[in-house]
Design a protein around this ligand. Structure first.
Ligand SMILES: [Zn+2]
Ligand SMILES: [Zn+2]
Length: 366
């Protein structure tokens, strides 16, 4: 008891005698706390580069970071927030059948914007639209934009694993018409080497680098295979374009393409839309409507224009110059051949000589 009294006296005298400046002044107001996200605010990979990640890859990595299957995360956390008929209901059967046709999540339509908005809400990130083709929502048709099933570079997977880097799927691999790896210049794989399955871009057990069917690793050192110069050309210009549209929140206008196409027709066929359409084996009405900006061009059509006239997507759609491989040279211009076909010198000469040698009729009035 005496000890306790002595201790209290000591404490009182200590606090009484201590100078006030010895103690920090604590701020007791509650600070502004940033809003919390429901799911991890996982950073997307490769923004601003040709290897920018796809949104489907981001979804799979997000589920993996939470140690749950992609399907489980989508069924219990994402689907309830997307009140759309294509994913309505909480039955796993509905989700599984939806996932088989979920490629447009990476695209430039309503489904992509729905998923970007919901995932932005769940992760508190504002850069997820850059993992899709939403930047060209107005400039490129949503048709034929993507490969229907997964394709990948096994060497990229192996190298990332060896470097202990994150394993993911670049948006580049999903683009229709792209069939080689930009880094290793080899054909992308389309079937699991173990179970020989074609794989969807999203599945219940999707995980970048692994087969969603048999679950085995898809990376290997790979064999060299034959590729064409046009494949490199398409890969490089697509990579440059994806780097551009994923560098910031960008919206590409259709007007630039309309202007580029009109200039191209003016230069090559002196404005003759019919001749230009014949050269590209396109209905004249379709080309006329494209020139009028009535609907956006498809990606396969843009690739044809680029290959034929040695242009790039950046030049056609954005009006920017692009560095492309010199090795690719388009086949000799069919445009010039087509024009020659309309002006057949031999036939014209023959017709004129017949008129001159005709003594019975008067010359044709000019
Ligand atoms: Zn590769
Ligand atoms: Zn497999």
């Amino acid at each position: 008891m005496l000890a306790l009294v002595r201790k209290r006296i000591f404490m009182l005298s200590y606090f009484h005698e201590a100078p006030s400046s010895s103690f920090p002044i604590w701020e007791i107001d509650i600070p502004d706390i940033p809003s919390r996200s429901c799911l991890y605010s996982l950073a997307p990979l490769g923004l601003g580069s040709p290897f920018v990640e796809s949104l489907t890859s981001y979804i799979c990595r997000l589920a993996y970071e939470h140690h749950i299957h992609t399907g489980t995360m989508l069924q219990h956390i994402v689907a309830p927030l997307i009140s759309k008929h294509y994913i309505a209901g909480d039955q796993s059967r509905n989700i599984s059948s939806f996932l088989r046709y979920a490629t447009p999540i990476n695209g430039n339509g309503v489904m992509a914007s729905d998923w970007v908005n919901i995932l932005a809400l769940l992760t508190a990130r504002n850069d997820l639209s850059q993992l899709t083709m939403l930047a060209v929502a107005n400039a490129v048709s949503h048709r034929n934009l993507f490969q229907p099933t997964r394709q990948w570079c096994p060497i990229c997977y192996s190298e990332w694993q060896r470097q202990n880097a994150p394993i993911y799927e670049p948006l580049f691999w999903s683009i229709s018409g792209v069939n080689i790896c930009l880094e290793h210049h080899r054909l992308l794989e389309k079937r699991c080497p173990h179970c020989l399955s074609h794989l969807p871009w999203l599945a219940w057990r999707s995980r970048p680098g692994y087969c969603s069917g048999c679950g085995r690793w898809l990376g290997n050192i790979g064999n060299a295979n034959q590729i064409e110069e046009k494949d490199i050309y398409i890969a490089e210009m697509t990579g440059n374009f994806l780097a551009y549209i994923s560098s910031a929140s960008i919206s590409v206008s259709r007007d630039v393409f309309v202007k580029s196409l009109s200039e191209l027709i003016s230069i090559t066929t002196e404005g003759n839309i019919a001749a230009f359409a014949r050269c590209l084996e396109l209905p004249k009405v379709t080309l006329w409507e494209l020139v009028q900006g009535r609907f956006p061009p498809s990606l396969p059509f843009l690739f044809r224009l680029c290959l034929q006239f040695r242009l790039s997507l950046l030049q056609l759609l954005v009006g920017l110059d692009d560095t492309l491989p010199d090795s690719y040279s388009p086949k000799k211009s069919v445009i010039k051949e087509d024009l020659r076909r309309f002006f057949d010198r031999a036939k014209v000469r023959q017709a004129l000589e017949e008129i001159l040698s005709d003594q019975q009729h008067e010359p044709v009035s000019m």
